[in-house]
Design a protein around this ligand. Structure first.
Ligand code: DGL
Length: 283
């Protein structure tokens, strides 16, 4: 049984993955969490897989150097681009996430599922594999929503613009007959109240955060790495971008659950390089 203060290392392109932190925190309140937001390079959704892999290796290397006992990739886009590379390069347990197509295909009554995700996730071989394995005769309607990522990065979870943008995406999925909607990007659960309002009570919404937390608990239990403590663990947030905006947005995203949020700059990660092959449209 682990007794040290070794944290669970978690990363995302930005602050959206705090939705996964919330799920982990609810299930494993004693764990110390170290979250890295790569906001200097967000959004990842329109970037090349090679660039995202490079960033994922840098962030995972940083978390390993901070004595992380496990890595959680709180990002569907980074999972699609880099999960296998991370597993091959790091001895740590790596818990990654992907859109819950299997669950949604089992839940739909009308045989139509809508998936909101980034352009990168939807274009990935990993997503094609998910469809091939789990969609069966269910029709899967996809919709990239980079603008929702940007809203969440700004902490804009309400207001006329957020409502309008959420409605545009959701209406597209409803118009194509979806009765079950998968939130295939960790930024979107922060907009869940708006999404719920837009879809109404008859449409199911599936967020993978709680399943990732359960999987993390199972891995830590299996490896004897659960933290044995009755008290609550700490949450530290590091950002590759400016600290003050990140502090304000983090506080807003995780609301009152944690008291004052500690956010630090991670200058070592601020190696912003130009990406020659960037795919247009989503940034
Ligand atoms: N939150 C991320 C995901 O789950 C990435 C969003 C982005 O940076 O485009 O895919």
């Amino acid at each position: 049984m682990a007794t040290a203060f070794d944290p669970i290392g978690i990363f995302d392109s930005g602050l959206g993955g705090l939705s996964v932190v919330q799920a982990i925190r609810s299930l494993l309140p004693a764990e110390n969490l170290l979250y890295v937001a790569d906001s200097a390079h967000a959004p990842y959704g329109g970037r090349s897989p090679a660039f995202i892999r490079e960033r994922a290796l840098t962030l995972a290397g940083f978390l390993q150097a901070q004595q992380a006992k496990a890595l959680v990739v709180a990002c569907n886009t980074a999972t699609a681009a880099a999960a296998e590379t991370l597993r091959a390069r790091f001895a740590l347990p790596v818990i990654a996430m992907e859109p819950a197509v299997k669950l949604a295909a089992a839940a739909t009554r009308c045989n139509v599922v809508g998936v909101l995700a980034t352009q990168g996730t939807l274009a990935s071989a990993r997503f094609a594999g998910l469809l091939a394995r789990f969609a069966g005769d269910v029709r899967v309607v996809t919709r990239p929503a980079a603008d929702l990522v940007r809203l969440v990065e700004r902490g804009e979870l309400d207001g006329a613009q957020a409502i309008r943008r959420v409605e545009a995406h959701v209406n597209y999925l409803l118009h194509h007959g979806s009765d079950t909607i998968v939130l295939g990007c960790t930024h979107y659960p922060h907009l869940r109240p708006l999404i719920e309002r837009a879809v109404g009570p008859d449409v199911a919404i599936i967020d993978t955060g709680p399943a990732v937390a359960r999987q993390l608990r199972a891995r830590l239990t299996e490896l004897g790495l659960l933290r044995a403590s009755a008290g609550s663990g700490s949450l530290r947030i590091g950002t590759s971008a400016a600290v003050e905006p990140a502090r304000a947005v983090s506080q807003h995203l995780i609301r009152a659950h944690y008291g004052a949020v500690v956010v630090e700059a991670l200058p070592a990660l601020r190696t912003s390089q130009c990406e020659p092959g960037i795919q247009g449209g989503a940034r």
